[in-house]
Ligand binder design. Structure first.
Ligand code: AMP
Ligand code: GLY
Length: 437
């Protein structure tokens, strides 16, 4: 099987590496990729959000499967263009991508499908927004309705800040979703779908804020770990019988959502990223994304032993029902994101990166590239907000974390930022959830 991976980031680098490990995969190429991906596989410098260009490349070079990594090309209809050209695609249509591209649409689908989520109001003006804030009370949650790379959500105790964010979205011609605050730890669960059949990957936890202790603004994600031992005893009732966490998410969240999308004639094919809060009243959806999460994917795929290429092809061709239970490497994976100076506001680009080889020489450490480029002299430079993810694996979560941070310590550039507390609470057993059944 020949696979084309579309996208420029760390998630795509993780997908490329996992495909290269799959014995069913003969060749992997990327478009456009980045400087790190280009060290592993051939890259094509095309516009990833241009469906005509991606479809032409797929046909011309005879790919058996196209995998679309990021949300922007999906929302732009790139999967539709490739599918129309007759090439199997892992990634939802433009219509099904509305689950991520519009928070209001996602809320409507969840309501229709009976999926547990925060109560919400869709507001188009300041008066409706103010009334919704007062109805739910603090902490206030205000979300830009459109795609905002994880940065369109403000959670604040301050009513003025909440209203100001809503107003800035209105001023930009948009709308907002205002919702009730969900307490409890967050979990990301990736569910592969062929439009009907589902396969869940291993739950992971992401760290959204820029600074330690969940301080500062939201980012695309600063680190992740998997699996989550603090979820292993979780039980919630599904149809009168206790189910484990993944069973709850499959039956109460993913299946009704995928069924509703199929009923509307817009089947969901690809990965449904369920962003969940484990609240004192049970599991609630915080958000849906229509692609793998970044940086959770860098940790989750590190442990996947089942061939990813074969799995994604089965999803793309409606054959996920033939999948046997997934095989996972024993142990844990932790990844820590290294970000550029001044991320997430206006990240500085062009800084010289050193130490990647030293990090990769360590046992149980790998480095995945997100925003990197190669300069004229062949040296690696920063080229985006999130620059690298350092992945550590180990037999315990603590060992995996120590390895990731040992790798981080080898790498530097002026102004590099990273969190120092990825997976720390889980190791200290400070995360607890209330079992519901
Ligand atoms: P979203 O883009 O919807 O995932 O929101 C980004 C982040 O904001 C989430 O990962 C949460 O940390 C936080 N968040 C979003 N919605 C809520 C909510 N209803 N209650 C509490 N926190 C939330
Ligand atoms: N890690 C969050 C996201 O991919 O949206």
């Amino acid at each position: 099987m020949k696979i084309l991976v579309v996208g420029p980031g760390g998630r795509e680098h993780a997908i490329v590496r996992a495909c290269l490990r799959d014995p069913a995969v003969e060749a992997v190429e990327a478009a456009p990729g980045n400087a790190g991906i280009a060290r592993d596989v051939p890259c094509h410098s095309i516009d990833a959000s241009n469906g005509t260009e991606v479809a032409a490349l797929a046909v011309e070079r005879g790919f058996d499967l196209v995998v679309i990594g990021p949300e922007a090309p999906l929302a732009a209809g790139v999967a539709d263009a490739v599918r129309t050209a007759g090439v199997p695609v892992f990634g939802p249509s433009r219509a099904a991508s509305q689950l991520e591209a519009s928070k209001a649409f996602a809320k409507e689908i969840m309501a229709a499908a009976g999926v547990p989520t925060a109560e919400a109001v869709h507001a188009n003006d300041a008066a409706v927004a103010a009334a919704a804030l007062d109805r739910f009370g603090p902490p206030y949650v205000v979300k830009d309705d459109g795609l905002a790379a994880g940065k369109g959500v403000v959670v604040t105790e301050d009513r003025h800040t909440a209203l100001a964010h809503a107003q800035s979205c209105f001023d930009a011609g948009g709308s907002v979703v205002i919702e009730e605050f969900l307490d409890g730890p967050e979990v990301s669960l990736f569910v592969l779908s062929d439009g009907q059949n589902l396969v869940a990957l291993s739950p992971a936890q992401d760290f959204k804020r820029i600074h330690d202790g969940d301080a500062g603004p939201n980012t695309g994600g600063m680190g992740a770990y998997t699996p989550l031992d603090w979820l292993s005893d979780y039980r919630e009732s599904v149809g009168g019988a206790p189910a484990d966490f993944t069973g709850v998410v499959l039956e109460k969240v993913a299946r009704p959502t995928v069924t509703e999308m199929a009923r509307r004639g817009t089947p969901f094919v690809g990965v449904l990223y369920c962003g969940l809060a484990v609240t004192s009243r049970g599991v609630r959806v915080v958000e849906f994304n229509v692609r793998f999460g970044d940086p959770e994917t860098q940790a989750v795929l590190e442990r996947l032993e089942t061939g990813l290429g074969g799995l994604m092809l089965q999803a793309a061709t409606g054959e996920l029902d033939e999948q046997t239970p997934l095989q996972w490497r024993e142990g844990y994976a932790v990844d820590v994101v290294l970000a550029a100076e001044n991320y997430p506001e206006t990240p500085r680009k062009g800084d010289l990166i050193t130490g990647i080889e030293d990090a990769e020489a360590l046992e149980g450490v790998s480095v995945l590239h997100a925003g990197t480029s190669t300069d004229d002299a062949g040296a690696l430079r920063t080229a985006g907000g999130r620059v690298l993810a350092v992945v550590g694996t180990g037999q315990s979560l603590a060992a995996a974390r120590d390895r990731a941070y040992a790798g981080v310590a080898k790498i530097s550039w002026p102004g590099v930022q990273h969190r120092t507390d990825i997976a720390a609470k889980a190791i200290a057993a400070e995360i607890t959830v209330e079992t519901q059944a």
